[in-house]
Design a protein around this ligand. Structure first.
Ligand code: G3P
Ligand code: CA
Length: 268
C-alpha cells in the first residue's frame, strides 16, 4: 500500500478514471467525466493540449483527426490542435467519432473541467498529463500552473500524491522538472520506464509505468515505497489484472472502467 508514516494507516488505492469513464462515453467529454463521478472514481485523468490562443484543452492527441467531427456533416476534421482557437474547437463535435448516439459532445477546456467538477463534487481530484509538451512553443507547464493558481489549486506547502487534489503526470521527465521549478508544491508522477537502477529523481513523487512493467517487475512497488515514492499504473480494464496489481500494492490504477475497479478496491 501507500507509503505512510509509521503507525498511520495506508491510504486507499486511487480509482483514476482514464480520460473519464471512457470505455462507456467518448473520452475527455463532460459525459465521460460525469459518469466517472457517478461511478465513484477518486480522480479524473486528463491529457492536455494547447490551442492557437494558448488555452489548455482536454484532449489526448496532438491532432484532431481521431476525435473531432463536423457537427452538421459528420466529416472528419484534421490538423494539429494548436492551429485552432478555442472558439473554433467549440464549433466541433467530440462525441460522434465513437458512434452516432454520442453526437453533440463539446470540447472541454481544462479550466471548465476543474471549476465544474470542483463545484459538483468538491472531493474530485485531477491527474493532469502534460502531453507532448516539447511539441509546443508555449510552455505547457507554465500555462498549467497559471491556470491552477487562478482556480486555487496550487498548494501552499508540498502536497502528497495520496491526498493532493492535483497530480501532474508526464512521459517527459524534463516536463516534470520544469513543473517543479515553477510550482514545487505540486506532486508529480513519471509515466516512462524508471531508470534501470530504480534510483528515482527528487522531481518525481510517484512512478507511473505501464501495468506490464509492474507485473514483470514484482519487486518494483516495494522498492518505490522504500524510497517514499508512490506507484500508479496505466491502463487496466481487466478485473484479474486489477487484482494482480492490487496484490502487488500499487497506490492507484488508471482505468477506462472505474465501476469495475471501484468494485475490486472496495471488496478488499
Ligand atoms: O496517463 C496515463 C496513461 O494515460 C498514459 O497513456 O497514451 O493514454 O496518455 P496515454
Ligand atoms: Ca494520459
Amino acid at each position: 500500500g501507500t507509503p505512510a508514516p509509521a503507525g498511520e494507516p495506508a491510504a486507499p488505492v486511487l480509482v483514476i478514471a482514464h480520460r473519464g469513464a471512457s470505455s462507456y462515453q467518448p473520452e475527455h467529454t463532460f459525459a465521460a467525466y460525469d459518469l466517472a463521478i457517478e461511478m465513484d472514481a477518486d480522480m479524473i485523468e486528463c491529457d492536455v493540449q494547447i490551442t492557437a490562443d494558448e488555452q489548455l484543452v482536454c484532449l489526448h492527441d496532438t491532432t484532431l483527426n481521431r476525435t473531432a467531427r463536423d457537427p452538421d456533416t459528420g466529416a472528419q476534421i484534421t490538423g494539429r490542435v494548436e492551429t485552432y482557437t478555442l472558439a473554433q474547437l467549440r464549433e466541433m463535435d467530440f462525441g460522434r467519432w465513437k458512434g452516432a448516439q454520442f453526437a453533440g459532445q463539446e470540447i472541454v477546456p481544462l479550466a471548465e473541467q476543474l471549476l465544474c467538477y470542483r463545484t459538483i463534487n468538491p472531493r474530485m481530484r485531477f491527474h493532469i498529463e502534460t502531453k507532448d509538451p516539447e511539441g509546443y512553443d508555449a510552455s505547457m507547464e507554465e500555462l498549467v500552473v497559471e491556470l491552477l493558481d487562478r482556480v486555487g489549486y496550487v498548494p501552499d506547502s508540498p502536497a502528497s500524491p495520496a491526498t493532493s487534489p492535483i497530480i501532474i503526470q508526464s512521459f517527459s521527465g524534463a516536463s516534470l522538472e520544469r513543473l517543479k521549478a515553477v510550482a514545487p508544491t505540486l506532486p508529480t508522477a513519471y509515466l516512462s520506464t524508471p531508470p534501470a537502477n530504480w534510483q528515482i529523481p527528487d522531481a518525481y513523487d510517484a512512478l507511473s509505468p505501464s501495468n506490464g512493467y509492474i507485473r514483470s517487475n514484482p519487486g518494483f512497488v516495494d522498492a518505490m515505497h522504500a524510497q517514499g515514492k508512490f506507484v500508479h499504473t496505466y491502463t487496466v480494464d481487466d478485473p484479474a489484472i486489477m487484482d494482480q496489481l492490487l496484490d502487488l500494492g500499487v497506490d492507484g490504477i488508471f482505468t477506462n472502467k472505474p465501476d469495475v475497479l471501484r468494485e475490486r478496491v472496495d471488496a478488499r
